[in-house]
Design a protein around this ligand. Sequence first.
Ligand code: ADP
Ligand code: MG
Length: 388
Amino acid sequence: MSNELASFKKDISQKFTAVFKQNATFISVAPGRINVIGEHTDYNLGLSMPAAINRWVIIAFAFREDNLIKISSESFNNQMEYTPGKPFTPTESWMKYIFGALEIFQRTDKITKGFNAYIWGNVPLGSGVSSSAAIEVAMMGLLRKAFSASFDDVTLVKNCQKIEHEFLGVKSGLLDQYASQLSKAGKLMALDFQSMTHRYFDAEIGEYAWVLVNTKVKRELAGSKFSERVDETQIAFKEIASKNSAVKHFRDITLKDVELVSDSVLKNRIKHFVLEDQRVFDTADAFKNNDLKKVGELLLESHYSLKNDYEVSCPELDFLVEKSKTFDGFLGGRMMGGGFGGCTINLIKKAKIEEFKTFILPAYKSQFNIDGEVYAFDMVDGANVEKV
Ligand code: ADP
Ligand code: MG
């Protein structure tokens, strides 16, 4: 475990003790994630290439003597109280995730005792790095361990997806939770949502580094546009399947099949899926061949596909990509996550990260009057619950 994480855990334990006047007995940790390529593919059972990063949600926990559940959020500076079996109405967004985890856990397992918990996080919220998956996975993992439930990691990840579907109304795929739970330090994951399997690989980037630039914008329409894309791709799929009986799953669709879609917008949506999936294979090959220039080109292709065919980008993301392209030491980059704000992910020469910061941030500020942020990061292990 990194010194950084160890010191966060110690700090959160102390805060827990200060609030609840007892020592924590479990510390649950779940990271945010990046995704190199394979965007908006998970909910249609395509492919992605994520890794967890050294930004975490951490929850400190100890049992109580009664059956009350008291949970404090440092980030939101308030507390919720919940009693199993009694009605509860979340009054803040973070409570929906916790309430969802508690309710879904109790569909298969029992909460036999009350507890206190203290939640902290440094995953930037609403930035496409998936702080929501981090809080879900941290809470679900904690409940599994504390109440000796026996479901496996894939079930855990699917339970967390149910929180998004049922308690947030977002029909998201499994990328975020899967990456938060199952990543391995220093590795990228090649993730196949059809077979629900993954493999880890070293994606050596030598004198380059992955760098995120946060637009610091998050648009309200992101949620509704997300559902719209889920629906649009379903409609396009059904039309193709009705015209070509060989197509049983999204992954069976070829570029030729794309032409079977009569509506031009829907055609573009499904084209993104087919080409983005191919780009995940191509990126894996490019890594194998140590061809980082090719990786960079694929990232840019992915961006333009998300911008033009899938239409989930926004002026701030497009500006960052176009401006970054003029930086000497930039190999490629794209919008990352759901879109309409959040971060770009970029392949930048390691020695030039500071220079890149002073290049991109003032340009972004003068264009949009927003202070963006640049993050370098490490790829870390997935979630973990420690008994202390
Ligand atoms: P993203 O997953 O891209 O970060 P979301 O809107 O899906 O954005 O999730 C952000 C929400 O997750 C926050 O508004 C909050 O409700 C919850 N959340 C994430 N991290 C924390 C945290 N450390 N403490 C409390 N709530 C958190
Ligand atoms: Mg989220």
